[in-house]
Design a protein around this ligand. Structure first.
Ligand SMILES: Nc1ncnc2c1ncn2[C@@H]1O[C@H](COP(=O)(O)OP(=O)(O)OP(=O)(O)O)[C@@H](O)[C@H]1O
Ligand SMILES: [Mg+2]
Length: 385
């Protein structure tokens, strides 16, 4: 089919299959502001997904169906994501050439940089600097294992949906941050598409330069997605990802420590992790958050050294917390203090419309950071074949 006959979808379902919670929502991008028209989520029992690996496929499929049912999703295409650990992001230097030629040559180049068989991976790249002298250019290479992407697409199919885009969770997080931190009109305007057998981290065109009014223009922003079991660190500047990595610390570690050190039931510890500290000793909670949060701080060190060694930056300029752990009481303040930079909690719902009762009993502000990846996925405006 000819490209110019393709038309953009104005709605897309985002499905974030996290290791602890499956979330899905549908966005309508047809209006002045994107609107969340459907929403549902369901908890995944522990052990269904461990270290990013699916241990109990049937249970995961059943949980996806449950979340989809709660959302009352229509039978429309889905954008979903594999976890950050399925992907390698690396800056490389190669001979200067056109983008089209680079698309051919990249497979040869990648062989030296990626510890997988080249036939087993799918690649994408972005030219960062077209001329760094000596006939060389600098690009950002992104590689993901094909089998993980295919297995993920299969999972969505088996749950009864059609996967249109398989993204990487950290890139979806970045997408939500970039499109929703500024005017919502811009969120609608920025196109994005890719087929299911490819990666979808970059726009087809050169990256959108951060607009002058973006509050973080030129800044190194550390997007920290504090999930159930891991924290994904994704460092970006002006739309370009510089570093992505998972740290083995998530909300469950905070909850465990609250239980152990404060003698709380799981339910109370869970409430504390979401910022409801009435039933706990505030000082002890602060000490625990400082100690577990310190592991995130330490885990970030290698990424900062990387930036420094590469001569890119002295450090990060801003921290944005997302995921279920974003509301852990005092975590934002503790990280801001450790780094001496501003920290904020992602609020993707803040720039979206939705019906007053869409989230039921839950407070949208409470859910908002948890839904960042899911919103970033549904914002991957896709091309219909
Ligand atoms: N409203 C909520 N509903 C369910 N869990 C919540 C909620 N708010 C906070 N949480 C906490 O957040 C955790 C899930 O966070 P999140 O959805 O970001 O993780 P995930 O995406 O499933 O995991 P990962 O990204 O590590 O694979 C839960 O385990 C729970 O402790
Ligand atoms: Mg997650």
């Amino acid at each position: 089919m000819f490209g110019f006959l393709k038309r953009k979808r104005r709605t897309l379902i985002g499905m974030d299959i996290g290791s602890h919670v499956v979330k899905c929502l549908r966005l309508d991008l047809g209006g002045d502001r994107p609107e969340v028209t459907h929403f549902g989520m369901a908890d995944l029992p522990p052990d269904a997904i461990v270290d990013g690996e699916i241990m109990d496929r049937e249970l995961v499929i059943q949980t996806i169906r449950e979340a989809a049912q709660r959302a009352d999703l229509p039978n429309e295409p889905v954008a979903s994501a594999v976890a950050g650990r399925a992907v390698i992001v690396k800056k490389i230097v190669m001979d200067k050439m056109s983008e089209a030629d680079a698309r051919e040559a990249i497979y040869w180049e990648a062989e030296q940089h990626v510890p997988f068989d080249i036939d087993d991976i799918t690649l994408d790249f972005q030219i960062l600097q077209p001329d760094i002298g000596a006939g060389q250019m600098e690009l950002l290479l992104v590689a993901a294992k094909k089998d993980m992407i295919q297995a993920h697409a299969e999972l969505i199919r088996d749950a009864g949906f059609t996967p249109l885009v398989i993204d990487v969770a950290s890139f979806a997080n970045q997408n939500a941050w970039e499109k929703l931190r500024r005017a919502p009109e811009a969120a609608v305007a920025a196109p994005k598409a890719d087929a299911v057998d490819g990666l979808a981290p970059f726009d087809d065109d050169q990256p959108e330069a951060a607009p002058a009014q973006a509050k973080d223009a030129g800044e190194f922003v550390a997007l920290l997605d504090v999930g159930g079991g891991v924290t994904n660190v994704h460092i970006v500047r002006d739309g370009v990802p510089y570093f992505t990595r998972d740290l083995p610390i998530g909300t469950s570690h905070f909850i465990e420590e609250f239980q152990k050190q404060l003698g709380l039931t799981y339910d109370t510890a869970f409430r504390v992790s979401r910022g409801h500290t009435e039933d706990a000793d505030a000082q002890l909670v602060a000490d625990i958050v400082r100690s577990v949060g310190g592991e995130i701080y330490q885990g970030l060190e290698p990424s900062l050294s990387y930036l420094k060694t590469a001569g890119e930056a002295d450090g990060i300029d801003r921290i944005v917390l997302s995921g279920g752990g974003a509301h852990v009481p005092g975590l934002k303040e503790c990280l801001a203090e450790s780094y001496g930079v501003p920290a904020e909690v992602a609020d993707p719902l803040g720039n979206l419309d939705y019906a007053a009762d869409l989230f039921g009993e839950a407070e949208p502000a409470d859910l908002s950071p948890l839904l960042t990846v899911c919103v970033g996925l549904a914002l991957r405006e896709a091309v219909e074949a």
